[in-house]
Design a protein around this ligand. Structure first.
Ligand SMILES: C[C@@H](O)[C@H](N)C(=O)O
Ligand SMILES: C[C@@H](O)[C@H](N)C(=O)O
Lengths: 158, 158
């Protein structure tokens, strides 16, 4: 399992916006992201989980320098898209493990999450791609997370 | 903008499980995914957005043949991880656009979302990587989504 992971990376260059409580019907994501695009906001991660009672939250990350504008644009849309609140969070970082074949090695995600839990690090968001598993954590613990993950996946000399 | 997207893909081979209402403190994700790994469940996407009032939802996808076991394992953990419900959803599909430089071309996500909205397709989950933007939609509309996205990104002859 350790052999599957080739790198641990982190990124502290971005901040997060969460547009919360939006009705889960067509057109909402389109409206929000067209407005952000119109303001030339470079959006990196976009995360939306399922709605359970008709509303859901959309989170996205932007470079720190774009946070104020992103929050402003999102807030100005609150009425139009019926969001209940817009939260801006500059104090995040992402930590990722990178490797092939993670889908067929289910223990890998468990090991990442156990490693962070053992450090008392709360996992605030989780996102995956075929070769990368990313967790959003508090920025002030990301270095501790990276060290612990290097150790857990036998990458200490990298 | 259209020039940035090189492919539209879809995947109907997976089902979704949502473990809802879990307390947002260290150890929860670890416990859930270690249990899934112990049952050899091949997890593909993992998605968790932020908690706003101390609890959050964790969704993940598995091959259709693993859905029953994944639901069972998750349900059996409900007490231990204090989840409020476990939802199994076999009727999803993912549709993705693939391209380079999406972060610096914010209109691309807006175009994808507008295209789906114009077809009346509800976006149930959103996930991103550096080169791929993925939406979870109802399985019965994914083909319509793929056709519309090919047209929107000028890939009709692909
Ligand atoms: C919440 C948002 O993604 C909505 N479901 C839409 O399709 O735009
Ligand atoms: C919700 C879950 O991700 C939790 N925050 C954990 O760290 O395990």
């Amino acid at each position: 399992e350790q052999a599957m992971i080739s790198a641990v990376t982190s990124d502290s260059s971005e901040a997060k916006v969460t547009v919360a409580g939006v009705p889960d019907h067509p057109g909402v994501a389109a409206r929000l992201f067209r407005a952000l695009a119109d303001h030339s906001i470079n959006v990196d991660m976009i995360e939306q989980n399922v709605s359970l009672q008709g509303t859901t939250d959309i989170s996205f990350t932007v470079p720190h320098e774009d946070l104020a504008t992103a929050e402003e644009v999102s807030s100005s849309l609150m009425g139009a898209i019926e969001a209940t609140e817009v939260l801006a969070d500059p104090d995040i970082a992402t930590v990722s493990i990178i490797g092939a074949g993670m889908k067929t090695h289910p223990g890998i995600s468990a090991t990442m999450f156990e490693t962070l839990a053992a450090e008392g690090i709360n996992i605030e968001m989780i996102s995956t791609s075929s070769i990368r598993l990313t967790c959003v954590v508090r920025a002030d613990v990301v270095d501790k997370a990276v060290v612990a993950l290097h150790r857990a996946f036998n990458l200490e000399n990298e």
